[in-house]
Design a binder for this molecule. Structure first.
Ligand SMILES: Cc1cc2nc3c(=O)[nH]c(=O)nc-3n(C[C@H](O)[C@H](O)[C@H](O)COP(=O)(O)OP(=O)(O)OC[C@H]3O[C@@H](n4cnc5c(N)ncnc54)[C@H](O)[C@@H]3O)c2cc1C
Length: 393
């Protein structure tokens, strides 16, 4: 079967093949274990291991670093298929792409060799540590984790929370305020291996995205040498932008996959469910209009994602587009799952039915990678800038 969305027809044959491979993998490996990994509240290692064997992990990294060098649009196309079976599993599978972005963006070739190529070769995980419980995660310049210059390099102290894939990671990309003596040198990224001075907590007990482990990670005088500083001292802000962009791009494809999966599932139910007076649910106009509406929104959001991917591949500034895409996809995921859940009656809230988990997963998407309010503020600032620059909105 060929994908019907004209956007997918713009993919090369090889990219389309990756999408088909992802769909087959999702059906045989991800879907059967989705409920169990949600219940276990832990990363599905067996799925990850099978994905590594099938060459479906870390595909967006350059070939020289152990990836397959696939384009952003192919990554989006494949990610959506994986997420259609289980959004958090797909998210956890793609997480390295965002977490290692600081090293790809600002790391030296030697750092990329050690922190990316070697990590991927041993099937490892990296996490990015931005959020702290004590301060607003939406206001990163206010963070409290510090790196203090020492004779041998740097010592990091502080507590990060909600660290994605954190229970499983062996490398943490940590955003800190750097100090030399008493003087702040500004926000700086460090690549900190799991080891002495680093304590990793248990997974949190979340509403959704449960198999994406999000522990607290505590740094207590964790020592690293200069080699572990990523980018310039005080240079984190220019790394943070592209990192968040890439995470929001990946997140968008996962959210659209979640909606795709929910729409695929619901059709069998509405065709089979006979309601009084006599006839399947799918004959009811309100059901047809709802599905038509969701399909239209999915297609529109995907068109935006595809444009975003093309621009990412061209190396353009996609920051606003990433915010808009993430905002729209997360809203659609919540809207779609809430309204489809209703069509299942009591089954919609029963764990035996996939929509219950999808609705829980969808609810989480407006929070991670920056809340919806943060994306809206980004849009507001862009609006003001456009007005100030002549009003071509
Ligand atoms: C599944 C999952 C995975 C995650 N993975 C990671 C990860 O890998 N690494 C990581 O560092 N973090 C991660 N996070 C944390 C996530 O990025 C933060 O929760 C998010 O950025 C919001 O920060 P906060 O929770 O501290 O909320 P706060 O910033 O305290 O916000 C609280 C409320 O205030 C609103 N708000 C904040 N500032 C403003 C403002 N200026 N104007 C108006 N409203 C505002 C927010 O929108 C929100 O509604 C993850 C979260 C989840 C759920």
């Amino acid at each position: 079967m060929s994908p019907t969305d004209p956007h997918w027809r713009q993919l090369s044959e090889g990219e389309l093949e990756l999408k088909r491979q992802c769909r087959a993998f999702a059906e045989t490996h991800i879907a059967p274990s989705a409920r169990e990994s949600d219940r276990r509240n832990a990363l599905p290692h067996e799925v990850h291991s099978a994905a590594c064997d099938a060459g479906l992990m870390n595909v967006g990294f350059p070939i020289a670093l152990g990836g397959r060098g696939v384009s952003a649009r192919a990554l989006a196309a494949g990610g959506e298929e994986l997420a259609a079976a289980c959004a958090p599993t797909a998210f956890s599978m793609g997480f390295n792409h965002g977490a290692l972005r600081p090293v790809l963006h600002a790391g030296t070739p030697e750092q990329q060799e050690v922190f990316v190529r070697a990590l991927l070769a041993r099937r490892g995980y990296a996490s990015v540590c931005l959020t702290e419980a004590a301060t607003s995660g939406s206001n990163l310049p206010g963070l409290r984790t510090r790196a203090v210059r020492t004779d041998r390099g740097w010592a990091l102290s502080g507590r990060k929370c909600m660290v994605g894939n954190g229970c499983d990671a062996s490398l943490y990309l940590v955003l800190v305020e750097a100090f030399e003596g008493q003087s702040s040198r500004g926000l700086t990224f460090f690549a900190v291996p799991r080891g002495p001075g680093v304590t990793v907590g248990d997974n949190t007990d979340k509403l959704g995205f449960r198999c994406v482990t999000t522990p607290e990670v505590i740094f207590q005088g964790a020592e690293v040498d200069e080699f572990h500083r990523v980018g310039a001292v005080g240079g984190a802000e220019e790394i943070l932008g592209p990192t968040l962009d890439y995470m929001r791009f990946g997140g968008t494809s996962v959210m659209l996959g979640l909606v795709t999966g929910a729409l695929r599932d619901v059709v069998a139910w509405i065709d089979a469910r006979v309601v009084h007076p006599g006839g399947p649910l799918s004959d009811r106009s309100h059901v047809q209009l709802l599905l038509g509406d969701l399909f239209a929104e999915l297609r529109t959001a995907r068109a935006g994602l595809f444009e975003l991917a093309l621009r990412l591949d061209r190396g353009e500034d996609v920051s606003l587009l990433c915010s808009i895409s993430k905002l729209r996809a997360s809203r659609l995921a919540v809207k779609a799952t809430q309204s489809l859940l209703e069509l299942y009656g009591w089954r919609g809230i029963d764990a035996d039915w996939s929509i219950q988990k999808r609705a829980r997963d969808a609810r989480v998407t407006t929070i991670f990678e920056g809340t919806s309010e943060i994306q809206l503020l980004h849009c507001y600032r862009a609006l003001r800038r456009s007005l100030a620059e002549g009003g071509w909105l």
